[in-house]
Design a protein around this ligand. Structure first.
Ligand code: SAH
Ligand code: SF4
Ligand code: F3S
Length: 434
């Protein structure tokens, strides 16, 4: 029996797929090279925006056709599963099982039941110890960087967001468990970890997030620690101090602002003003220049005026983010923002998004160009698309590097090398070995 998992969404979901793979492996399944070769297909879904959901339904449509041709078990996991629960069976009756985000350890049982009983099964309960997943079961896909959950769920209540529903309230992993996992990963050869959570900086698993970072950094052999995502409200002076003073923390900070208008931020339920956000970034002090800064923006939130949007552009100019992720607001089921009057035309929303993204591209290009001629450390992630002699790597600041070496040169994935930057574009840097 072979399985195939298709994954959408954030790193949290990527990591959940690594956990699902590990459980299936233990259950005797082998990975299939493609969906067509699989006897069991799991869709690990995202529902953050409507577009993400459309993609899932389109794949489900294709799978229905396939199921008419051959025996196939279809499972839906992830945030759409948690949100829609058994309504998914109505929409797509060929689904065999639905597995919620807070029940992923129930996968082997659901697969067994679906196989044995030829009956549809579902588990979207909230198991209180689901975040205590045994790390030795996880089957990691990334050989350069290991994802490590530190906190699951979210206690904020941003008015546009499905995550509090789809991931539940915060559950914190005890710091001893986190550190034990990192130690094992280093023994297994990893030099880089990324701590995961919807809001890592509200971590309280026996110590706070800044303390967790410091403790992890004491592990010999670990070189870079990354984390995603942080909420500005939980970004403290103590954390900023740790970030700038601890050399093992990779100098990349993703701190989503969402909007540059106080009125919009209030309606979003973000609980900070633009000035408060900027003040918090300022906690980084002089160390800030070493950091690459990144953010998320939502454009076209209900009631966003031209002036509100100009505020967002002003923030972009003030902070000069090295990179940002921006989206048009997508109305989501069950969220309070659904009830807000949204009378902006789709044309205006997408025009605003284009303006924002065009300016970000210029800023990213400028910041990348400033690196040409410099020698930096980069970690090898994979082969380049053309194969021999071209490698994909990342700098500590999370910039993509296309590294050219002579043919025949072998570089193990995960290895840190010194590279000289020769050219810069908005999406990647070109480099040679120093
Ligand atoms: N916990 C993180 C965000 C997770 S969701 C945080 O608070 O920063 C990732 C990003 O998706 C958000 O930062 C937001 O910019 C975007 N997003 C979430 N819900 C959205 C919606 N309904 N429409 C458009 N973008 C949304
Ligand atoms: Fe969603 Fe807000 Fe929680 Fe982020 S902090 S996951 S945007 S509710
Ligand atoms: Fe999507 Fe769920 Fe992540 S909604 S962004 S997969 S937490």
């Amino acid at each position: 029996m072979k399985f195939f998992i298709e994954t959408w969404g954030c790193q949290m979901n990527d990591h959940d797929s690594e956990k699902l793979s590990g459980m299936l492996d233990k259950q005797g399944f082998a990975p299939a090279a493609s969906q067509e070769e699989a006897d069991l297909v799991i869709l690990n879904t995202c529902s953050i925006r409507e577009k993400a959901v459309h993609k899932v339904y389109s794949v489900l449509g294709r799978l229905r056709e396939e199921k008419l041709q051959r025996p196939l078990i279809v499972g839906v996991a992830g945030c759409l599963a948690q949100q829609e629960k058994d309504a998914l069976f109505k929409r797509a009756p060929h689904i065999d099982f639905v597995l919620g985000t807070m029940a992923i350890q129930q996968l082997p049982r659901l697969v067994e039941e679906a196989r044995a009983r030829h009956k549809r099964v579902i588990d979207t309960q909230q198991y209180p110890d689901n975040h205590l997943f045994p790390p030795e079961v996880t089957q990691r896909r990334d050989t350069a960087k290991a994802l490590v959950t530190i906190i699951e769920g979210c206690n904020h209540a941003c008015t546009y967001c499905v995550v509090p529903t789809t991931r539940g309230p915060e559950r914190h992993r005890p710091y001893e468990d986190v550190l034990a996992e990192v130690r094992q990963l280093v023994k297994d050869g990893y030099r880089e970890v990324e701590f995961l959570g919807q809001n890592v900086n509200s971590y309280q698993g026996g110590c706070n997030f800044a303390e967790l970072l410091d403790r992890a950094s004491e592990i010999d052999g670990l070189e870079w620690i990354r984390f995603t995502t942080s909420h500005p409200m939980n970004f403290t002076r103590e954390l900023a101090q740790t970030l700038v003073s601890n050399p093992k923390i990779a100098p990349f900070l993703h701190l989503p602002i969402q909007s540059g208008s106080d009125a919009v931020l209030r309606r979003m339920g973000r609980h900070y003003t633009v000035d408060q956000y900027l003040e918090r970034l300022g906690y980084l002090g002089e160390g800030r220049s070493r950091f690459s800064l990144s953010t998320d923006f939502i454009v076209g939130f209900p009631g966003e005026t031209d002036e509100d949007f100009e505020g967002t552009l002003r923030v972009l100019e003030t902070v000069k983010y090295d990179t940002s992720f921006s989206f048009v607001y997508s109305p989501r089921p069950g969220t309070p923002a659904l009830k807000m009057k949204d009378d902006l035309s789709p044309e205006i929303k997408s025009e605003r998004l284009s303006r924002l993204q065009a300016r970000q591209t210029e800023l990213t290009l400028t910041s990348n160009r400033a690196l040409v001629g410099q020698t930096l450390e980069a970690r090898i992630e994979s082969h380049g698309p053309t194969g021999q002699g071209l490698w994909l790597a990342r700098t500590a600041q999370w910039r993509n590097v296309h590294l050219k070496t002579g043919e025949g040169r072998q570089l193990p994935f995960g290895e840190t090398v010194r590279v000289k930057i020769t050219e810069a574009g908005p999406h990647f840097l070109r480099a040679e070995l120093d």
